[in-house]
Design a protein around this ligand. Structure first.
Ligand code: C2E
Ligand code: MG
Ligand code: MG
Ligand code: MG
Length: 292
């Protein structure tokens, strides 16, 4: 134990810190291998509008680890960011999303769907980011408006001018821009008027206890009102119950994503989910003529 105030109190070899450092190094090596060996895959979670119709999906990374099973992004995205592996990985997610949009563009019952992609700060700050997005969209030949980038408020912590310029470039291209986890980060709201945004995404943190915690209810209500008065779409994440959805909808929330509708799914399951939900919507529509 370091003695407080002692001149030689700083330990250069702290076993606990050493353990953390080598665990991090091992994870980084493991992730590098995962990336080389295609152990990463993407799941898609549906997003629906107030009428319950599916409007898009969010792409979410998973790591299929050979011994640990499925590793969730919270356990490897930070390492991907620290090692810069997030740059090639993020680019791969982007290209996969564009390819998926291209496949859906061929199908009348899917061509309206959008895909939201999470973009980490490190990735956004990369000098080639905007040109890579442009190239990916062109290569896939998809309408840029079908692609949405989920950015976090941490982007705004510094270099606001560069951030604004890059966002304008993306916006000019037609790509949608969303602020993910809105409300838990940067506290100044003044940036909202400077950024060319399309969407605010309410963090699950405020949705979770929305029915029992009056502060969360007030915050969510305020975010919805703020988004609406700025002309933005508002989507809530982590919607698990009808009651949460009804509360959010009654305050004017446009879109919803959460286990109430669907968990993140592998592509094959997602395709089945889309088929089932379009069949349900078709079933609701008033029929004319004889039944088939
Ligand atoms: P996020 O962007 O805020 O994604 C929403 C998270 O909430 C996802 O966790 C999703 O599975 C989870 N979720 C959705 N609905 C519900 C619900 O009703 N209840 C509960 N309890 N959870 C719900 P996931 O997939 O573990 O992703 C965690 C975070 O990892 C994401 O948060 C995002 O920040 C990051 N992430 C995921 N994929 C990528 C990626 O491709 N690139 C980058 N940079 N980050 C990613
Ligand atoms: Mg997200
Ligand atoms: Mg989010
Ligand atoms: Mg979140």
């Amino acid at each position: 134990q370091a003695k407080a105030g002692g001149r030689n109190a700083v330990r250069f070899f702290d076993p606990e810190m050493q353990a953390v450092a080598s665990a991090n190094a091992a994870l980084a090596a493991d992730l590098r291998q995962a990336w080389r060996e295609n152990q990463l895959r993407i799941e898609y979670q549906p997003q629906v509008d107030a009428g319950g119709r599916m409007v898009g999906v969010e792409a979410l990374l998973r790591w299929e680890h050979p011994t640990r099973g499925t590793v969730q992004p919270a356990d490897f995205i930070p390492t991907a960011e620290e090692t810069s592996l997030i740059i090639p990985i993020g680019h791969w997610v982007l290209e996969a999303a564009c390819a998926q949009l291209a496949a859906w563009a061929e199908r009348p019952d899917r061509r309206h769907l959008c895909i939201s992609v999470n973009v980490s700060v490190r990735q956004f700050r990369h000098p080639e980011f905007v040109s890579e997005v442009t190239a990916a969209v062109r290569k896939a030949g998809v309408p840029p408006g079908r692609l949405k980038m989920e950015l976090t408020e941490s982007l705004l912590a510094d270099g606001l001018d560069v951030t604004v310029a890059k966002m304008r470039n993306l916006k000019d291209m037609g790509v949608g821009l969303s602020v993910d986890d809105f409300g838990i980060g940067y506290s100044s709201l003044s940036y909202l008027k400077r950024l060319p945004l399309d969407e605010l995404k309410i963090d699950r943190e405020f949705v979770k206890d929305i029915l029992t915690d009056s502060n969360d209810a007030a915050i969510a209500t305020t975010i919805i009102g703020l988004g609406r008065s700025l002309g933005l779409e508002v989507i809530a994440e982590g919607v698990e119950t009808e009651e949460q959805r009804d509360f959010l909808a009654s305050r004017g929330c446009h879109r919803f994503q959460g286990f109430l509708y669907c968990r993140p799914l592998r592509l094959a399951q997602l395709e089945a989910f889309i088929d089932a939900s379009s069949a349900a919507v078709a079933g609701e529509a008033p029929r004319s003529g004889a039944a088939v």
